[in-house]
Design a binder for this molecule. Structure first.
Ligand SMILES: [Ca+2]
Length: 132
């Protein structure tokens, strides 16, 4: 069978082939759709997508699906941030982080409050590498 690469096709045809890939997305399992989206995204888009999916992976475990309880935050800290914020097994450390993040004092950490944590950590990481 003769193989044709996208670059050897005339522009209109290569363009239509590129456009046909997203049209196949609805036929694929959701996990594969997510993966395909991820590999076609820019680095920042991938980071944004992972920030969102990581939040919902934990926020959906108990209570309000759109906020993190203290237990969900503890699990997220342990699984996703390792010891960047000290030991997540240390109850007083988790209590302090939870209290600091819960800026509107509703006893949950919503997406905006979580993103604040991640952006502050990102700034600190950048400063660490810039100073090196
Ligand atoms: Ca809150």
């Amino acid at each position: 069978m003769h193989k044709t690469s996208l670059t050897s096709l005339p522009p209109p045809l290569s363009h239509s082939l590129t456009l046909s890939i997203p049209s196949l997305f609805p036929l694929l399992p959701q996990s594969l759709q997510f993966f395909l989206h991820l590999v076609t995204m820019s680095g920042i888009q991938q980071a944004m997508s992972l920030l969102i999916s990581s939040f919902h992976k934990y926020s959906g475990k108990e209570g309000d699906k759109l906020t993190l309880s203290k237990a969900e935050l503890k699990e997220l800290l342990q699984a996703e941030l390792g010891e960047m914020l000290g030991k997540a097994s240390d109850k007083s450390a988790v209590d302090r982080i939870f209290k600091d993040l819960d800026s509107n004092k509703d006893n949950t950490v919503d997406f905006k409050e979580y993103v604040t944590l991640v952006s502050c950590l990102t700034v600190m990481c950048n400063e660490f590498f810039v100073k090196k």
